[in-house]
Design a protein around this ligand. Structure first.
Ligand code: 6R9
Length: 637
């Protein structure tokens, strides 16, 4: 279908009242601040840094770097010489200096409606200190890697911040990954301890996480790597109720409860059988009962590692993306504040899983650094029914809501009725991340979910970038459906052609960045050469995103998707016979991860007829693969 108007001619503005009190109220203000951030990054980021606590001040340049492989090793350093602790900054500073101890940090909403828990900043700090002491009692010290394989529960945030408090490096593995993936990641980062849980429910489906974790540890042993300790949270078992997050009148999942306070009848759900190896396994609750709630943070150098997060693995062997303390802290804090135009009375909800970068940056670090109140949701958008999201929005009066195009498209299929069942009048800003949003889904999000009032921030970024790099600001930027609009402060994009020349004006090509911002990744863990060759070799002097991009006549950027996904239709003469397709296959759907990414390595295997697909545990719908294999057989080669 050819639209009668090009999407780039559609321009939208959020409601006028957004501007009142906004951090960046107008487009002119954005342009002015952007210019300052580029001309004097030290001043711009120095001002952001003033809000934080530094044990010692930085010496030398604020941001130092080399992006040019031909001139030597690639490096990025931010605030060298300074020391701080990110956990102290997101918790102690809020509780003690900003007097936010009684403010809610998280409204936890379980998979089952009625399962809920409210945690204040003071309570979170208390739990984090205790778990940090637990980690220390298990011999974890600064620089050690800790693998975390947990469902979306508050204890996942506790575990990551406890690592950060003692200077240990967390390596979170999405709880939807298989034993194989978990094992590969544990071995690659040589973790000394694993934190996991008994299990969890995804809708009606029980995931016996501990069984998978045990299988992963067995695989590690088979590969000659043995991990000494595994701490297990009893999330589903009954005893968790008495000993978990302590003080608040918690309603936690308790499988044999039939009736909740809200009067709903809850299904009786089986509890997983948890195998227990006393040599290795330690009970979270028992350990937490034995430690003090005071814990002096470890003061870390700015460039000390904070965490490793493996990229989604859509392009072969996963890369352990490494982020460091100070730059990541400044960047996630600043992007969260400005991109969601954060206000103290907001209730913010990001539906991503903490197992992905979106959850790291915009459930844990960015919101907590700003003293925000967030919803932490364990469940699915479609369970128990397709109104769940909007029910939660009304329940907690969510004002800023952040999700993925794949979720929007899924809900769109059910029409507007399930959305209109709820008021949603608390909503002020809507966000999207993960893949390009098609204008149709954008329109639906804008008109049906946001009632035409709420600006949409289409945030383009990557695990590697640490935080948003191309994005509208809600009160300032006129929006175009499907465009990530303009760069965030301190970010300098360029579009290159195949020969590496920068293209001006209206153009299309490779999206690259010309200089670092504080939150950009520092290396691929244990493989700096792979970092250099993946991101810096193709076009020396630039960070190469791997995404294609178009700039329109008004200077708006439109991300067109991963470069290696695209077929160049001019194909044979320009590129050469090597780029001619062997055959063209009809594909009713593509194999996508649950976060909406196309799994290219699976496509490659299907193309070559190879049945062994490796780890496909993050596939959203595995029947797609079968369908593609079937179509392949029917295609004349
Ligand atoms: C944050 C995250 C990164 C890749 C990225 C791009 C795609 C993310 C997007 C988007 C168009 C957006 N992507 N946000 N494409 N518009 N707003 O998703 O990180 O899992 O590392 O994926 O996702 O292709 O290169 P990650």
């Amino acid at each position: 279908m050819i639209p009668d108007k090009a999407p780039e001619d559609d321009v939208f503005h959020g409601a006028e009242e957004m501007r009142r009190g906004a951090h960046v109220p107008t487009f002119d203000k954005y342009k002015e601040m952007y210019t300052q951030s580029i001309e004097d990054p030290d001043k711009f980021w120095g001002d952001v840094a003033k809000d934080f606590f530094w044990k010692s001040k930085h010496t030398g340049r604020f941001l130092d770097y080399n992006f040019d492989v031909t001139k030597g090793e690639i490096f990025i350093k931010c605030m060298e010489g300074a020391s701080t602790n990110i956990c102290y900054n997101v918790l102690d500073r809020n509780v003690h200096d900003r007097k936010l101890g009684d403010k809610v940090a998280f409204y936890w909403e379980g998979n089952e409606p009625g399962d809920e828990l409210t945690v204040t900043y003071r309570e979170l700090l208390n739990c984090v200190c205790r778990f940090a002491n637990v980690l220390r009692s298990q011999g974890v010290t600064k620089g050690d890697r800790v693998a975390i394989y947990m469902p979306m529960v508050v204890e996942l945030v506790v575990a990551m911040l406890a690592c950060a408090r003692i200077g240990a490096v967390h390596s979170i593995v999405f709880a939807g990954f298989s034993a194989e993936s978990l094992c590969d990641r544990i071995v690659d980062s040589q973790c000394s301890l694993l934190v996991t849980a008994d299990g969890f429910y995804r809708g009606d489906k029980l995931i016996n996480l501990k069984l998978i974790a045990d299988e992963a540890l067995q695989k590690c042993t088979d590969k000659g790597f043995s991990l000494g300790r595994c701490i297990v949270l009893k999330h589903l078992s009954k005893e968790a109720q008495e000993t978990s997050l302590s003080s608040p009148p918690a309603k936690r999942p308790c499988p044999d409860l039939q009736e909740t306070e809200t009067g709903r009848v809850r299904k009786t759900r089986p509890v997983p059988q948890v195998p227990w190896n006393p040599e290795v396994d330690k009970c979270w609750h028992t350990l937490m009962g034995d430690v003090s709630d005071e814990c002096e943070p470890e003061w870390c150098a700015s460039e000390d590692p904070l965490f490793i997060l493996y990229t989604s693995g859509s392009t072969g062997k996963p890369k352990g993306v490494l982020h460091t303390v100070s730059g990541y802290m400044l960047y996630t804090a600043a992007t969260f504040k400005l991109v969601f135009d954060h206000r103290p009375d907001d209730v913010y909800w990001c539906t991503a899983d903490i197992g992905w970068i979106t959850g790291h940056s915009y459930i844990t670090y960015g919101p907590l650094a700003n003293g925000a109140t967030s919803v932490l949701f364990e469940g699915l958008p479609t369970y128990p029914d397709v109104s769940r999201m909007w029910e939660i929005v009304d329940k907690y009066h969510v004002s800023k809501f952040y999700t993925a195009p794949t979720a929007i498209r899924l809900l769109m299929k059910y029409g507007s009725e399930p959305v209109h069942k709820y008021k949603r009048d608390s909503l002020k800003v809507l966000g999207t991340v993960g893949e390009p949003i098609n204008p149709e889904a954008w329109q639906w999000y804008f008109t049906v979910v946001g009632d035409g009032r709420c600006p949409i921030v289409d945030t383009f970024w990557q695990t590697e970038t640490g935080g948003h790099v191309m994005t509208p600001l809600p009160a300032a930027t006129p929006m175009k459906p499907g465009s990530a609009t303009f760069p965030f402060f301190g970010v300098v994009p360029a579009i290159l052609n195949e020969s590496g020349e920068e293209l001006e004006g209206t153009s299309e090509g490779y999206l690259v960045f010309k200089q670092p911002w504080p939150g950009v990744m520092r290396t691929v863990y244990g493989n700096h050469g792979r970092f250099e060759s993946t991101y810096f070799k193709k076009f020396p002097g630039y960070y190469v995103t791997g995404d294609g991009c178009r700039r329109d006549k008004d200077g708006y950027y439109w991300i067109t998707g991963r470069i290696d996904d695209m077929l160049n239709v001019s194909v044979r003469e320009k590129i050469g016979a090597i780029a001619t397709p062997d055959f063209i296959q009809d594909a009713p759907a593509l194999p996508k991860t649950r976060s909406g990414k196309i799994m290219r390595r699976v496509l490659r295997k299907i193309a070559s007829g190879e049945r062994d697909l490796g780890d496909i545990s993050t596939l959203a719908d595995s029947s797609v693969v079968e369908q593609l294999f079937h179509n392949r057989c029917c295609t004349a080669v």
